[in-house]
Structure formats: C-alpha cells, structure tokens
Design a protein. Structure first.
Length: 131
C-alpha cells in the first residue's frame, strides 16, 4: 500500500501484478491497496471476490463508493444490480445497499473519496479491512 501526501511525491507508478493479494477477514475477499490518503480516508484498491463470496448484510458508507468491474459477475441482491466487465458503479455516501454475492471470481477497482464506513461492519474482525 502506498500512503502519501500530495506534496511528498510528484507521481506514482505501481505494478499491480507484482503485489500480493491480502486476504480480508471476510472469507473469499482480498485486496491490493493501491493508494490511501491517511488524513481523509480516501483510497483506491483492487478488490477480489472469490466465487460465492458475499457481503452478508445491508450497509452504508461514510463516503462515496465507486467501483469499476475488471472481471467477473457481482450482484447487489436486493436491487438485482449486477456488475460485469466494464460496469461502473457509484454508491452515494449514506445509501444503504447490499447484501451482495459474487457469481463468478470477480475483480473490481474500488475508490472511496473519504472513509469507508461510519463504524466497522460486523462481518470484519480486523479493523484494517474496514479502512
């Protein structure tokens, strides 16, 4: 993970294929943290969901959530919203959404413009997973 202030560097290049997937405390969910601003909580990450992995309950975020699907099929089951390759998803701050299910192995680019959650969701046991 790279965490920097804008004045610390002028640009950043990361070779994502060389990064290891970090397993989250929710089974079947992994991340490659590409960038995080520790002051604002904003972040950009690759998130991988193994087939069958899910976010088990409805929840909301403390900032805007953006996702771009690179591979797979990922569904928000309540609304029947399905991300497939090339899909862009925006979930506004405070909007309750979920649960979800990965119908296939899925990888998304996930961006938050601030902190992820108002409080750590119950499906995580590691605080780092909710940042």
């Amino acid at each position: 993970m790279t965490s920097t202030s804008p004045s610390a560097i002028s640009e950043l290049l990361t070779h994502c294929e060389e990064m290891a997937w970090r397993p989250k405390s929710l089974a079947g969910v992994f991340e490659k943290m590409l960038w995080r601003d520790e002051q604002s909580g904003a972040s950009i990450a690759l998130i991988k969901f193994a087939k069958g992995a899910s976010i088990p309950t409805p929840h909301s975020h403390a900032s805007n959530q953006f996702m771009y699907c690179l591979m797979g099929r990922y569904e928000y089951t309540t609304t029947k919203t399905v991300l497939t390759v090339g899909s862009f998803y925006w979930n506004p701050k405070g909007n309750v959404h979920g649960p979800t299910i990965a119908h296939e192995d899925t990888v998304v680019v996930e961006i938050y413009d601030g902190p992820h959650y108002p409080e750590m969701p119950p499906w995580y046991t590691d605080q780092q997973d909710a940042r």
